[in-house]
Design a protein around this ligand. Structure first.
Ligand SMILES: [Zn+2]
Length: 217
């Protein structure tokens, strides 16, 4: 018997969002893969090459917190990527880039947006790349096909705000984060966190197939 979860969004206008897009139904025809098992290449975290830069403190804070918030067995992506990280900061006053993480393991930080690095490092901590596919949090990209982009950004921002609530983390992805909070309520916080840091969208979708959700708007 499927687990049945019945919930209501009591006041969808409370957060000031208006749905403009129709949600796409996820069907079995979308090829979501279980990501490959990655070995951890490092026992320690070495960020010493950033010691004389203004992002060093942020890297240290992020490292301390993620190690205390996430199970060690789910930190393989983090260890492998942080030790090979490249950071590019833009000095261009006209730049509109606040921050971005490239799966080539480069973080781009815009001028005056240093705290954006927490969001981008959360992407870094949940990314693994194979020859054909990018797995990053709840996003999978193969050739030009991307699935899970919204879910991934929503959850990344939810984790960032939760772990760095004492910093001026920029608002963004509000509605998507809200959906991820609902998903945590349905699937459990620990399960979703473990899936995210192992870049495992497959298990999330697989688990959702066992649950009948009745949504009352
Ligand atoms: Zn992002």
């Amino acid at each position: 018997m499927n687990r049945i979860i019945n919930y209501a969004i009591i006041n969808p206008t409370l957060w000031g969002f208006i749905m403009k897009k129709k949600l796409k139904e996820i069907t079995d025809s979308i090829d979501i893969e279980l990501p490959y098992k990655m070995e951890r290449d490092f026992d320690i975290i070495d960020i010493s090459s950033y010691k004389d830069t203004e992002v060093f403190e942020y890297l240290k804070i992020f490292t301390d917190r993620i190690i205390s918030c996430v199970d060690d067995e789910d930190l393989t992506c983090f260890y492998n990527n942080i030790n090979r990280l490249k950071i590019r900061t833009t000095r261009n006053d006209n730049s509109v880039v606040r921050g971005a993480y490239s799966p080539r393991n480069i973080i781009y930080i815009g001028k005056d947006y240093k705290e954006t690095i927490f969001h981008e490092l959360t992407h870094l901590a949940s990314t693994k790349v194979s020859v054909n596919t990018i797995y990053t949090g709840f996003l999978q990209q193969k050739n030009n096909t991307i699935i899970g982009r919204g879910l991934n950004e929503g959850y990344t921002q939810l984790e960032t705000k939760r772990n760095f609530s004492d910093f001026n983390v920029l608002d963004g992805y509000g509605l998507l984060s809200y959906y991820c909070e609902l998903l945590e309520y349905i699937l459990g916080e620990d399960f979703l966190r473990k899936s995210y840091y192992n870049a495992d969208l497959y298990s999330v979708v697989d688990e959702l197939k066992n649950i009948q959700i009745l949504m009352i708007l």
